[in-house]
Design a protein around this ligand. Structure first.
Ligand SMILES: [Zn+2]
Ligand SMILES: [Zn+2]
Length: 400
């Protein structure tokens, strides 16, 4: 065996090194067969290393690594080593570096590739999405329960009476978690550096608000505030939209206060409005939402918003919706939808979800959310992450 032939080192190894090593050697043998080489070939060695690395980079799990490798072996046999006909994870093997010809130039091809990224029933369940199926099940089994009298503040963790939400109260907390410092042996808050053994007043929290705030998460509670709309009965053409909501705290919990929808194919903003929530505003969460006021002369009500966006022209049953941590957006919209691509599900970090900010920086080298969030910027970043992963040019605005 040729011991010079070894896989390239990668930061994120999709499979153990020994496995990659074995597969690389198999791949080299396969290439030798394809090109009828009997002796050692430096060119084919290089090619094998390059192809293996390409598969490894495009795979996130050992399963996907083996799966994509399997396809590569199959295609090498099928096309007798004609690399022009072979692609790895929808990226062509050759010609990618120079002119970056996107393999996907037609809407049809894009829709087909996007179809493979749609969330499965299993993923919906695991990520706690409220789906039509879940609603049907819950509606059948549960009887209406009252909304709870007491709720827990999502900031400071205090239990408070829900009906007193509009009454001013002191809500103090640290926006970031505390972490144990092995050297000083005390807990430190990342937001302000305050420590658990401090005697300063600041240890109770470096941020102070005048109200406690809460969120409803369960279907049972959410639907009592407003019912869910299912897009399954809305006929319409296949389209692809990236969507992002900004949310704020109101007397009714956590509500949508801005909605942005961007078209995947034209990159145009289809919808971008400030939304007046159903409840009284407690805190617009401006620091994150970027929304500072709800101008009654320049906003839509929640009801008007949903009526405008759910229908044949925007979100219909054939629409593919792209978002990040998308169960939150769908929950505040009170919408159930079948065709969803969620970048937080596609690109996890171990068992954790990665923030859109991190993903955008890692995959697009683009800094977002450096200050307040902007749903338009976020929707575009989410869309571009998907385009990049499919090898679609971010500039492409015309489609066959
Ligand atoms: Zn703090
Ligand atoms: Zn609080």
């Amino acid at each position: 065996m040729n011991n010079q032939l070894r896989p390239v080192d990668l930061v994120n190894q999709p499979a153990p090194f020994q496995d990659r090593y074995k597969i690389l050697h198999k791949l080299y043998d396969q290439l030798c067969k394809c090109y009828n080489r009997t002796g050692r070939s430096k060119r084919l060695e290089l090619l094998a290393v390059k192809l293996e690395a390409q598969v490894a980079k495009s795979s996130k799990t050992p399963q996907s690594y083996r799966f994509t490798m399997g396809i590569l072996f199959r295609d090498l046999l099928k096309y007798k080593g004609d690399l022009k006909k072979i692609s790895i994870a929808d990226k062509p093997l050759i010609g990618t570096s120079k002119i970056t010809p996107s393999v996907i130039t037609t809407k049809h091809a894009a829709l087909e590739a996007l179809g493979k990224l749609l969330m499965t029933e299993e993923q919906f369940k695991k990520n706690r999405f409220i789906t039509r199926k879940k609603i049907t099940q819950e509606d059948r089994t549960s009887s209406t329960t009252q909304l709870p009298d007491y709720v827990v503040c999502v900031r400071c963790g205090l239990k408070f009476q829900r009906k007193l939400i509009m009454t001013p109260a002191t809500c103090r907390y640290h926006p970031m978690k505390k972490q144990y410092n092995k050297i000083t042996k005390v807990y430190e808050y990342h937001c302000c550096g305050e420590t658990s053994n401090s005697t300063s007043e600041l240890r109770f929290g470096c941020k102070t608000y005048t109200h406690h705030v809460y969120k409803h998460d369960s279907y049972e509670e959410l639907r009592q505030i407003s019912s869910f709309v299912d897009t399954g009965s809305e006929e319409g053409q296949s389209n692809v939209l990236a969507l992002d909501c900004e949310m704020g705290f109101t007397s009714l919990g956590y509500e949508m206060i801005r909605l942005t929808i961007v078209d995947f194919f034209t990159c145009e903003t289809v919808f971008d409005r400030i939304v007046k929530p159903l409840g009284k505003v407690v805190d617009l969460n401006s620091e994150f939402s970027g929304v500072h006021k709800i101008d009654p002369n320049d906003c839509l009500t929640y009801g008007e918003t949903i009526t405008q966006v759910v229908g044949p022209d925007i979100i219909n049953k054939n629409t593919i919706l792209i978002g990040h941590g998308f169960e939150n957006d769908l929950n505040v919209m009170r919408v159930t939808h079948d065709k969803v691509i969620d970048t937080s599900v596609l690109y996890p970090r171990g068992h954790m979800k990665r923030s859109l900010k991190d993903l955008s920086f890692e995959l697009l080298s683009r800094k977002i959310q450096t200050g307040e969030h902007d749903s338009s910027q976020d929707a575009i970043a989410t869309m571009d992450i998907i385009k990049k992963s499919l090898g679609i040019s971010l500039e492409q605005k015309e489609w066959q």
